[in-house]
Design a protein around this ligand. Structure first.
Ligand SMILES: [Zn+2]
Length: 113
């Protein structure tokens, strides 16, 4: 196991874990239950952490996280099948697994910053 990322929140940690899982990287979210202990331990130590189960996946995992954050700036994508909203980086609906159609204008054009 190797620690690769400190998430800002538990939902972020779980979204990233799911994102990595779709890319074949097995990760664990640690400290997930520490929120209840906040106030007794430093915030820093209570943040959820992502650990790769296999340290050989580290580079791939960091790449996927970076790509996720680069894409996460876009709008949420609504699943055409069940209507759930998905983070922009998702290729498949987290809820029903349907393929997400590209949003209008999403044709791989680099984002203007
Ligand atoms: Zn769906």
């Amino acid at each position: 196991m190797k620690r690769i990322y400190d998430a800002a929140s538990l939902p972020e940690a779980h979204i990233l874990a799911a994102h990595l899982a779709t890319r074949g990287v097995r990760v664990r979210v640690l400290n997930a239950n520490a929120a209840g202990a906040m106030g007794e331990i430093p915030m820093d130590a209570a943040a959820p952490q992502l650990w790769v189960e296999d340290a050989r996946d580290e580079a791939r995992a960091r790449e996927a996280i970076a790509a996720f954050h680069a894409q996460a700036a876009g709008p949420a994508r609504r699943c055409p099948k069940c209507g759930e909203e998905n983070p922009p980086a998702f290729d498949l609906c987290w809820s029903c697994g349907a393929g997400l159609e590209s949003a209008a204008g999403d044709q791989g054009v680099p984002m203007n910053r």
